[in-house]
Design a protein around this ligand. Structure first.
Ligand code: ADP
Ligand SMILES: N[C@@H](CCOP(=O)(O)O)C(=O)O
Length: 319
């Protein structure tokens, strides 16, 4: 939607000389971001994406950038941060923290078919395995602790029925998070926001996951649930499309088989993933931070999804 901090060729020319990328030929603002200022940068060596972080700080960024570097080095399709001549991947430009990453080819897929869901399931499972030895820890900052802080702020805006559902679901999720089953689930670094608009494709081939700035350590199953609730739903009704669901889950399971504990936890986690985005969308809708910059997503979409996930049995993780 905007470039919040403009960067000119004059700003970039001295800055790029600390990298081994030759001189800059072009810089173009990317209009579709909502959090950061993003640019396509062309140098003598190729095309890159420059991000100036508008909210995340120098202290917060290493977890995300090192994770992308770790995954890219293991062959996971994600933007690789470009180190400067001294090996640094986190920089400063125009007074903001900044990084340069490889440009993913293609475009995101607004109307995914089973073939796209299978690609995402396959790459997500590979990403979870590749993250096993990532040495840094950071909790999912949009996890249950954040839900507990945020729900009281939005309750007053809701009609009675929605408010009751939100409070009941919070109770259910808090009880579930206290079970032994929950703590036995596989966990590690997850993307935690792998919606359609955060994955690039060239044709039907996945070219990469991006926008890792909600990543954190949580259950692998939560990552699967977040993605399934977006990639495999009918956007009008929120109903799961069983063909896309099977394509996604079967592709994931073929790489990293789901466990019986995960089967037992699946319904609760699928509900939790719907709840997470209902809460964040309610918060952005009723308590917008930068009202002039953000068009809030519809919270009703995830209210409908949660209602369905509560009412219906979860799809089998594997057959
Ligand atoms: N590594 C990348 N390769 C190609 N395009 C990218 C890359 N990173 C971001 N983009 C483009 O920039 C847009 C905004 O990026 P995004 O991470 O969603 O921004 P924000 O965090 O500001 O919302 C994306 O929709 C995509 O078109
Ligand atoms: N996927 C979230 C919004 C997160 O922002 P983005 O940077 O992934 O667009 C939602 O749909 O609520």
């Amino acid at each position: 939607m905007a470039v919040f901090t403009p960067v000119s060729l004059q700003d970039l020319t001295p800055w790029i000389s600390s990298f081994s990328l030759g001189s800059v030929k072009d810089i173009k603002g990317i209009s579709s971001g909502i959090e950061n200022s993003n640019f396509f940068v062309t140098t003598e060596k190729g095309e890159y994406v420059l991000t100036l972080f508008e909210k995340l700080t120098f202290d917060e960024l290493p977890f995300y950038l090192n994770l992308m570097q770790h995954l890219a080095r293991k062959g996971i399709k994600v933007p690789a941060p470009i180190p400067d001549k001294t090996g640094n991947i986190l920089h400063s430009l125009c007074g903001k923290p900044a990084c340069l990453v490889t440009k993913l080819e293609g475009d995101w897929q607004p109307q995914p078919e089973p073939v796209h869901c299978a690609e995402v399931g396959d790459m997500m499972a590979k990403m979870h395995l590749a993250g096993k030895d990532y040495p840094f820890e950071q909790p999912n900052l949009r996890g249950i602790e954040w839900w507990k802080q945020t729900v009281p702020l939005v309750l007053a805006y809701l009609p009675v029925e929605a408010s009751l559902m939100l409070q009941n679901e919070m109770r259910f999720q808090e009880e579930f998070a206290a079970t032994r089953l929950y703590w036995k689930l596989f966990r590690g670094p997850i993307h935690a926001d792998l919606f359609r608009n955060n994955v690039m494709f060239t044709g039907n081939r996945l070219s990469g996951f991006f926008d890792f700035y909600f990543a954190g350590c949580d259950t692998w199953l939560f990552d699967v649930a977040v993605a399934l609730n977006d990639w495999c739903v009918d956007l009008e009704s929120g109903e799961l499309d069983q063909i896309r669901v099977r394509a996604f889950l079967d592709a994931y399971h073929a790489v990293r088989p789901f466990t019986l504990d995960e089967c037992a936890a699946w319904n609760a986690i699928l509900r939790g993933a719907a709840l997470r985005f209902w809460i964040s969308r309610l918060y952005d809708y009723y308590l917008p931070r930068d009202a002039e910059m953000l068009i809030p997503h519809d919270p009703g979409h995830f209210e409908r999804i949660l209602r369905l996930r509560i009412a219906q049995p979860a799809p089998e993780l594997f057959l």
